[in-house]
Design a protein around this ligand. Sequence first.
Ligand code: HEM
Length: 178
Amino acid sequence: MYGLIGVGIKKLVEIELGSSAWDRISQRADFSERDFIKTDCYDDSMIFKLVHEISNELGVSVADVLIKFGHYWVDFAISEGYGNAYKLGGTSFVDFLKNLNKLHMYVASSFPKLQPPHFQVVNDTGEELDLIYRSARSDLEPMVIGLIEALGIKFNKKISITVLSKDAEKTIFKTIYS
Ligand code: HEM
């Protein structure tokens, strides 16, 4: 994954736990550089190792760390100058979900090796919808949950999001919004 993700993870740890915690976590994860270059690619396994060590440091599950990171990511991306990418998303919660692929295509213009997630909205009733998530990676569903909850806050929506089904190819989230 691109270092931009790692910079976000490091910032979140520093905000929540302080910079000495980041030093401990990166040491335990054998991440001797301790800093990411936003436009460099890093092995996903390194990012997962760091997330694992953060969960150990906090005494919470890996899923909880990923949810927290999803919450943080939305504002972090704006603070990193990606506010324009959000403008592509449209002005309503559902439109935004429908435009997530467009958003990542725009991001890919700065990050050519991006392996973005793919999202599809189906069965929208105006109160609930199914969000289909496809990824080259596994086990990032809690990050999606955190991200969608954070988008709900941005669009003044109360969100309930749960995994409806998961197979090798896709995960479907039931998303209730009001
Ligand atoms: C302007 C805002 C955003 C930027 C700049 C951005 C950028 C990125 C980048 C750089 C990656 C790493 C992929 C790679 O390195 O191959 C990524 C992954 C991801 N993004 Fe975004 N993103 C943004 C908004 C969002 C939003 C709003 C969602 C909401 C669902 C989202 C969902 C994800 C997920 C789930 C991943 C993990 C990769 C995977 O599932 O395989 N992103 N994004």
